[in-house]
Design a protein around this ligand. Structure first.
Ligand SMILES: [Zn+2]
Length: 90
């Protein structure tokens, strides 16, 4: 392997330890739920989902799951994470 590529891989490992370097600006995904597939979008600081729950509550299980999967770079309000953890412990 080229030494310049090895250097990039090493740099990537270091960068990956600093998630604050990455800000998700836009994101779209298709989410395959139990009953249907939904389109998720994060744009201009807002998550939207084509499911019926999201417009009523501003969040839904599909957005929550995607934020969780995105880990430390998951954008948007994540206050529900603490609620979910409390719920899981209860
Ligand atoms: Zn949804």
């Amino acid at each position: 392997m080229q030494s310049s590529l090895i250097g990039k891989i090493q740099k990537a490992h270091l960068y990956a330890q600093e998630p604050e370097r990455v800000e998700v600006v836009e994101f779209t995904a298709k989410f395959r739920g139990d009953h249907d597939s939904y389109k998720l979008t994060y744009r201009e600081g807002q998550w939207t989902c084509t499911c019926g729950f999201n417009p009523l509550w501003g969040v839904c299980s599909h957005v929550m799951a995607t934020q969780r999967l995105m880990g430390p770079i998951g954008p948007g309000e994540q206050g529900w994470l603490a609620m979910e953890d409390n719920t899981a412990r209860a």
